[in-house]
Design a protein around this ligand. Sequence first.
Ligand SMILES: CC(C)(COP(=O)(O)OP(=O)(O)OC[C@H]1O[C@@H](n2cnc3c(N)ncnc32)[C@H](O)[C@@H]1OP(=O)(O)O)[C@@H](O)C(=O)NCCC(=O)NCCS
Length: 147
Amino acid sequence: MILIRKFQPRDFAGVIEIEHEQFSEHDPYLYMSLYELNADTFFVAEDQGTVVGFVAGITAVGEHQVYCRVFSIAVREAYQRLGVGTQLMKGVIAAFHQKNIRDIVLEVRSHNLSAVRFYQRLGFVVTGMEYGYYNDGEDAILMRHKG
Ligand SMILES: CC(C)(COP(=O)(O)OP(=O)(O)OC[C@H]1O[C@@H](n2cnc3c(N)ncnc32)[C@H](O)[C@@H]1OP(=O)(O)O)[C@@H](O)C(=O)NCCC(=O)NCCS
């Protein structure tokens, strides 16, 4: 059975392994600082002691308001399409709502249309594009959730 729970420092190696498996850009140290600054919105999915997915949410102060951002989410290949990502997203959205922040934003690589569909099913809508957003020059699709 999959357990969704808060990230603990002992999960670090598992999260980094998934980051390497799923993303082309890597920054392991980032995840420790995400935990230090945003522990309330950093969740992992665990299956019998093994980390099989994670979601890292951050809170930031914008020009006019505090807003939340889903910084990163990934699920191990073998566990995808089983509902784990949906459970992780529901967990992070609920944690943001508990902080009374209902405006949640995220960015997705423009080629990653299956992730865009995944977020749309969770209530996110496309709000725009940011050209050349990623280090390799790929554009980002911007999405927002108003709960
Ligand atoms: C995007 C991502 C996090 C989604 O996680 P996931 O655990 O696969 O998500 P879910 O299983 O909750 O939902 C994804 C799909 O599985 C389907 N699904 C969910 N439960 C299912 C089940 N029990 N049986 C069959 N299909 C199911 C959903 O309908 C959805 O289908 P679709 O993609 O065809 O529209 C995952 O695919 C991933 O890690 N991708 C690589 C990293 C990435 O792109 N991250 C997002 C950008 S930052």
